[in-house]
Ligand binder design. Structure first.
Ligand SMILES: Nc1ncnc2c1ncn2[C@@H]1O[C@H](COP(=O)(O)OP(=O)(O)OP(=O)(O)O)[C@@H](O)[C@H]1O
Ligand SMILES: [Mg+2]
Length: 377
């Protein structure tokens, strides 16, 4: 599957990002990459273009091949077939140290016997950079992530977040072409993790870095990325902006993996531009937004996010199904309402302020055709 390279939204990246100036070309290109371990195919005929300056997340369940792809980019694992190019030049036969890629793993892997400054200096020492120049660059890099006050400490004397920052600095100090990160925030608690997400976003923006970021946390991917590649069993299910992935998932897997969704089975009736009418198996006719081609009569699923479902006393909306309130749960910033009627069940997240819905109340569940998506079953 060939997925077009789209520029990251200008709002999501800083002006230093080369990706937003001039025409886009693939900076890194994976062409028809496959990887098998024994007879087990972990990555299957993968095509992926990465733009300079973009923050690309690889998102997918455990075992879907994310780490394997990162390891092939880094040069620690050799593809079984296919080509990897960097600015048009083949790199898949180059050893890791000649690819000029910074790598950050989940468990940091700092050298315990070295100080922060020595850890950060390590890649420069390995590359034969002179002592004075290395000292200067280390000082600058450590200052950039605000670790100067702890530069003489050993890793054991640092918090998890500080260790993570040191690992990141060590991956950046030699000015790599690209930074590869494998669940770098996985070991941190929620609060620190969210703080580091913002910090990493800011660093990406400020330095115009190209980042390939592996995570299985969908919220993290939505927060951080210019584009998200959703993986399932070694293949890309969808590659698009966070907004497109969330609002218009193209497959059932993507719709269910990212966030929560209501799913109704039906058949495509009549198409009208980007919208189509679907006769649900349960009876009602609904109108929905179309991202891919469907033949009329084809079986389809309509996916609607719970926060896109409204509750109303009247039926004057494009999609309005008579339902009964089964259950309401207070969730702080919204009410979670379970509904059944018209042969379907669904969940709505509704504003607490609009109205308190009693269990057993009759209402219309409404949703905008442009805010739901038709996908293949
Ligand atoms: N060296 C290896 N030898 C044999 N099988 C391997 C090897 N490395 C990975 N695999 C298998 O390949 C599949 C993909 O592994 P990979 O580590 O890429 O998944 P992942 O998407 O990173 O998962 P997670 O989210 O759990 O880290 C898994 O089934 C794994 O067991
Ligand atoms: Mg992994």
């Amino acid at each position: 599957m060939r997925v077009p390279l789209v520029p990251p939204p200008a709002s999501a990246v800083g002006r230093v990002n080369a990706c937003c100036e001039g025409p886009l070309s693939a900076f890194i290109n994976l062409e028809r990459i496959s990887k098998s371990f024994g007879t087990f195919k972990v990555v299957d005929d993968l095509d992926l273009e990465i733009a300079k300056g973009e923050f690309l997340s690889l998102l997918g369940p455990s075992g879907s091949g994310k780490t394997t792809i990162l390891m092939m980019l880094a040069g620690f694992v050799e593809p079984s077939s296919g080509a990897i190019t960097l600015e048009g030049k083949r790199i898949d036969h180059l050893p890791a140290h000649r690819r000029n890629m910074g790598v950050v793993f989940q468990n940091y892997a700092l050298f315990p016997h070295m100080t922060v400054a020595e850890n950060v200096a390590f890649p420069l020492v390995m590359r034969g950079v002179s002592k004075t120049e290395a000292a200067e660059r280390v000082a600058r890099a450590i200052d950039m992530v605000q670790l100067t006050h702890i530069k003489d400490r050993k890793p054991a004397q640092l918090s998890g977040g500080q260790q993570q920052r040191v690992a990141l600095t060590r991956a950046l100090v030699f000015e790599p072409n690209v930074v590869l990160m494998d669940e770098p925030l996985g070991a941190l608690d929620k609060q620190l993790r969210e703080h580091m997400q913002l910090e990493l976003r800011e660093l990406h923006r400020r330095l115009g870095l190209t980042i390939v970021f592996v995570t299985h946390d969908q919220g993290e991917a939505l927060t951080m990325s210019n584009r998200i590649a959703v993986f399932n069993a070694g293949q890309i299910e969808q590659l698009a902006s966070p907004e497109a992935i969330y609002d218009h998932p193209e497959t059932r897997f993507v719709a269910e993996f990212i966030g929560e969704t209501n799913m109704f089975a039906g058949k495509v009736e009549a198409r009208d531009g980007a919208r189509t009418k679907i006769r649900l198996d349960a009876g009602p006719m609904v109108e929905a937004y179309l991202t891919t081609e469907f033949a009329s009569g084809a079986a389809a699923l309509v996916s609607v996010r719970p926060e896109r479902v409204g509750l109303s006393e009247t039926s004057n909306a494009a999609n309005a199904m008579p339902v009964k309130v089964l259950d309401t749960v207070y969730q702080g910033d919204h009410m979670r309402v379970r509904l059944a009627g018209s042969g379907v069940e669904m969940v709505a997240k509704v504003d607490r302020k609009t109205r308190a819905w009693a269990v057993g109340a009759e209402a219309f569940a409404t949703f905008n055709p442009d805010e739901c998506t038709v996908i293949a079953p």
